[in-house]
Design a protein around this ligand. Structure first.
Ligand code: NAD
Length: 495
């Protein structure tokens, strides 16, 4: 065991009475609070405010006022970029503190929190900062005939969409907060963020770093609480765009309430992502890819590989290789740098994953390794490989969102593609083959927002990310997200 010591500033932050961040200040309500638990021990480590409807109202009006006063969108793009780069540098400088806060409330590995939750977030922030100076419109030739002899020059400019509500899940709290926040800030929008009640700590700290960086008061507001707070935000008439990441069930509600006000919305939802391993694939590489793609963040990744379609000729090799690797993984707290598998985020998530495993067993799946609860006050589940899974079993269809890998054989590629596409979800998929012709012919047939070949779950800020079917609507990252946070205004000048 190699346990990381909690930084004094992290310990002090946990002790604070946390409020909501509105108009550049903490507002600590008198009312109810909710505990934040450490998934490794089940103990309460912090208390966070449950925002009232009145506080949500204040946060939205603060963002609205800042938007209308153009305190942010009115800055020179180069000034916005400079402030955002300063914000990014502050996040990097406070990286260890943020990584520890993330691990302590989410349960994830501190190694990963440092590398991905902070490291990749900083890269994403730097990438998005640069977009502030690269927003462009279009010059338009027009043929307006009236009045006779008149001449017109027209152009389309991209303007910030306005006030953005960002609703965030618990699996990558800091990272997904910045996936909402940074495109909004780069394009000149103002924001109200609502983190998940399980994992609000890094977003709270981020609000302070934003002010320190020079982002004006009112541009970045934050309210904490459960789903009712998210719903009050998403349905508010003075919100111009809702960017939601979370479950498909809640995404449908959020989309529904947004439509009532004609609020633009983007939904990044669940996934049941296939990994298709063809007969010619390198099985050792596929096993390594399955470990990363399936068990990153203990399987609590929307794009995680969770159903593995393997050509029957390679099925036994793949199952044996995967089981051998998974069965030796050490299980422990996220703050233990030697632990490869960590607790799930909550007791509820642990129970839900165990129930999926139990149902799979009842339906005839064979547990090759794992499959049990780990006796502990924390929320652990053994990493699990299920073989002899039938494509019709619940475990092959429902999003488990935990360390459960289901392996299914196939006989020909058409069958593999048909099973991969036979899902309500369409977030991500991967294809494992060394045959370039096969890869190029099969990629267009896979119904998913992202398809990797000989890789899985690797994202890049310049590569649009999002789902098809019930995995969501809209794209994050790249030029696509800049377009999604701006609205086109046509300007026509007579001369
Ligand atoms: P969730 O849907 O339960 O909650 C997400 C957020 O919505 C939380 O902040 C929650 O408090 C809030 N919320 C709950 N009810 C609401 C309502 N009626 N109106 C508005 N907001 C409401 O999801 P979760 O359990 O936090 O996260 C896990 C889910 O997120 C999984 O399904 C996973 O696939 C998905 N996810 C998707 C992506 C992606 O990019 N596609 C990324 C990460 C997670």
């Amino acid at each position: 065991m190699s346990k990381v010591d909690v930084l004094p500033q992290v310990a002090a932050f946990l002790q604070r009475r946390h409020g909501c961040f509105i108009d550049g200040q903490w507002v600590v309500p008198e009312g109810a609070t909710s505990p934040v638990l450490n998934p490794a021990t089940g103990e309460t480590i912090a208390q966070v405010a449950d925002a009232s409807v009145e506080l949500v109202e204040r946060a939205v009006l603060s963002a609205r006022k800042a938007h209308e006063a153009r305190v942010w969108s009115g800055l020179r793009p180069a000034d916005r970029e400079r402030i955002l780069l300063r914000f990014t540098a502050l996040v990097e400088a406070h990286g260890e503190e943020l990584a520890q806060l993330e691990t302590l409330c989410q349960g994830k590995s501190i190694n990963m929190a440092r590398m991905l939750d902070v490291g990749a977030t900083v890269e994403f922030m730097r990438y998005m900062s640069g977009w502030a100076t690269k927003i462009e419109g279009q010059a338009l030739d027009v043929s307006i005939p009236l009045p006779e002899g008149a001449r017109y020059t027209a152009f389309a400019r991209r303007e910030p969409v306005g006030v953005v509500a960002g609703i965030v899940p618990w699996n990558f709290p800091l990272m997904i907060t910045t996936w909402k926040l940074m495109p909004a800030l780069a394009t000149g929008c103002t924001v109200v963020i609502k983190p998940s009640p399980e994992t609000p700590l890094t977003a709270l700290r981020l609000a302070e770093l934003a002010i320190e960086a020079g982002i004006p008061a009112g541009v970045f507001n934050l309210v904490t609480g459960a789903g009712n707070v998210g719903q009050a935000l998403a349905s508010h008439q003075k919100i111009d765009k809702v960017s939601f990441t979370g479950s498909t069930a809640v995404g449908k509600i959020v989309g529904g309430v947004a439509v009532q006000n004609m609020t633009r919305f983007a939904l990044e939802l669940g996934g049941k992502n296939p990994m298709i391993i063809l007969a010619d694939a390198d099985i050792d590489k596929a096993v390594q890819g399955a470990l990363l793609g399936g068990l990153l963040n203990n399987g609590q990744v929307c794009a995680a590989a969770s159903r593995f379609y393997v050509h029957r000729s390679r099925y036994d090799d793949f199952v044996a290789g995967l089981a051998a690797a998974v069965s030796t993984m050490s299980i422990g707290a996220g703050m233990d740098t030697a632990a490869a598998v960590n607790p799930l985020v909550s007791r509820k998530q642990q129970q839900s994953v165990l129930k999926h495993i139990e149902t799979a067993k009842q339906e005839g799946a064979r547990v090759v390794t794992g499959g049990e609860l780990v006796e502990s006050a924390g929320f652990y589940v053994q990493p699990t490989v299920l073989a002899d899974v039938n494509h019709d079993m619940a475990v092959a269809r429902a999003e488990v969102f935990g360390p459960v890998l289901s392996v299914i054989p196939f006989d020909d590629e058409d069958q593999a593609i048909a099973m991969a596409n036979d899902s309500v979800y369409g977030l991500a998929a991967s294809l494992w083959t060394n045959d370039l012709t096969k890869a190029m012919n099969l990629v267009p047939r896979i119904e998913a927002g992202t398809v990797w070949v000989n890789a899985h779950v690797l994202l890049d800020p310049n590569m649009p990310f999002g789902g098809v079917k019930q995995s969501g609507m809209g794209r994050e990252f790249g030029r696509a997200v800049v377009e999604a946070y701006t609205e086109i205004k046509s300007v026509c000048i007579a001369h």
